[in-house]
Design a protein around this ligand. Structure first.
Ligand SMILES: *[C@@H]1O[C@H](CO)[C@@H](O)[C@H](O)[C@H]1NC(C)=O
Ligand SMILES: *[C@@H]1O[C@H](CO)[C@@H](O)[C@H](O)[C@H]1NC(C)=O
Ligand SMILES: *[C@@H]1O[C@H](CO)[C@@H](O)[C@H](O)[C@H]1NC(C)=O
Length: 418
């Protein structure tokens, strides 16, 4: 795979902006440059594959032409911009975004790990996590905010959008659609007056009074519809590296590539990297979106991606491992791979690019449904004998085998040997 600068050949179209796209962009940028006391809050929504991420990148880049920084609230779990998938964040963007997410994985100011690429599994947790992130913004901060949302605009997904427009002091709602129709009702202020959200119901104006005090938001907001007119709008891209699951893997690989030496050279496989030793009594272990009996917790966590989090209270232990029965919503500072677990000495072996000064505050590992790209486990050159973490002797007829595959990166026989 070769990435870099390539000239655009005649047959390839660059970014295709429709008339409504350009108008919406100009209008929002003008509003942000104008007054609004520098606190325009722009929520962008639309179903999958309508060009929402591209619109947001173009918007942020254009805004950065006029201001030093733009705040970004991540609400799209499946196509996260700055972090591996499944992670919600609040980021201070100061550099233009010139490529897909895997080209600019950067630690945001605040992160909360949701642990799943879709929010259906826990709508409350999704909304509460976003509210928590918003509360962490320093009060009185006068920066334009761009809010990204899930590409889920039907049913519960639609209700979540209604809630978000009510919770946050939104000044603009940009609704992307394709084929000349909106895929859900128009989110106009009039419509919102009677719409039912998941957590909010009319006649509620806003459910989060605490947010309105410092912001005194506009009573209404500007609603803009953008028609995407690029080829294939509304359909998933089929070209190489366009599929969302591939982009997700690339983002995670980009994040974990920080474990590699900055000098050019062959890629160092997982087993050659030196891990941190973490006492099991000092760091709690929790699983989100799935119930795992305590006796199976280590099987699930072994060779898995974990979010490195900071619980509010101290972790206390009588010497043994601390297993959480419920995983709280708590700040996350980064990700790591639990490379091994030493039961006899009570240690986790953790690989992570997070700086040791930040790592000191971590007292919880959260395991979600985001698995390591299987190539990390299947491509481990320099290993004699049986490769660790990989097995062929496995029956997928066993109850729970599907989940184990997800959690442990076990490979289906058909994937072996390539
Ligand atoms: C930023 O400003 C420059 C100079 O005015 C202009 O050429 C460029 O197109 C602008 N970029 C964006 C993304 O608006
Ligand atoms: C965002 O980051 C830039 C560069 O680090 C910094 O100058 C600016 O103050 C930050 N903005 C806010 C609102 O914290
Ligand atoms: C973790 O996985 C390795 C490699 O497959 C295995 O040798 C080890 O026994 C496992 N540890 C636990 C605690 O399950």
């Amino acid at each position: 795979m070769v990435w870099g600068m390539i000239p655009l050949v005649g047959a390839i179209e660059g970014l295709k902006m429709s008339k409504s796209y350009r108008e919406a962009l100009n209008m929002v940028v003008r509003a942000c440059r104008g007054d609004l006391d520098g606190c325009a809050v722009i929520l962008v929504c639309g179903s999958k594959n309508v060009g929402k991420s591209t619109f947001i990148r173009t918007l942020i880049n254009t805004l950065l032409n006029h201001t030093g920084s733009v705040d970004y609230l991540e609400g799209d779990l499946g196509q996260t911009e700055f972090t591996p998938a499944g992670c919600l964040c609040l980021a201070n963007v100061t550099e233009p975004l010139l490529g897909p997410p895997f080209t600019h994985q950067t630690p945001p100011e605040h992160m909360i790990h949701f642990g799943h690429t879709s929010c259906e599994t826990d709508l409350e947790r999704y909304l509460e996590s976003l509210k928590t992130l918003w509360r962490r913004r320093s009060p009185g901060r006068e920066t334009t905010v761009v809010i990204n949302t899930m590409g889920w605009v039907k049913g519960f997904g639609f209700q979540l959008l209604v809630d978000m427009i009510r919770f946050f002091p939104v000044s603009h709602v940009v609704q992307l659609s394709h084929s000349g129709v909106t895929q859900c009702p128009s989110m106009t202020p009039e419509f919102l007056r009677t719409a039912h959200g998941h957590q909010t119901h009319p006649p509620a104006v806003t459910a989060l009074d605490e947010f309105t005090e410092s912001h005194s938001p506009p009573k209404s907001y500007t609603h803009v519809i953008v028609q995407s007119e690029f080829k294939g709008a509304g359909r998933q891209g089929t070209a190489k590296h366009q599929r969302t699951n591939e982009l997700r893997e690339l983002s995670l690989l980009a994040y974990l590539s920080q474990l590699q030496s900055p000098d050019p050279g062959p890629i160092r496989p997982l087993h050659t990297l030196t891990p941190y030793q973490v006492p099991q009594s000092a760091v709690a272990l929790g699983v989100i979106h799935c119930e795992v009996v305590p006796s199976h917790m280590f099987y699930a966590a072994n060779a898995s991606l974990v979010a490195l989090c900071c619980l509010g209270e101290k972790v206390s232990s009588k010497g043994g491992p601390v297993l959480l029965s419920q995983a709280p919503i708590c700040p996350c500072v980064g990700f790591g791979v639990l490379r091994g677990i030493d039961l006899a000495r009570g240690l986790y072996f953790l690989l992570t690019p997070v700086d040791p000064s930040i790592l000191r505050n971590v007292n919880c590992f959260l395991l979600g449904a985001i698995s390591l790209p299987s190539c990390i486990l299947t491509t481990q050159p320099g290993f004699d004998g049986e490769m660790p973490y990989i097995t062929k002797d496995y029956s997928f007829d066993l109850t729970g085998a599907g989940k184990l595959r997800v959690f442990k990166g076990l490979t289906r026989p058909s994937q072996m040997g390539n």
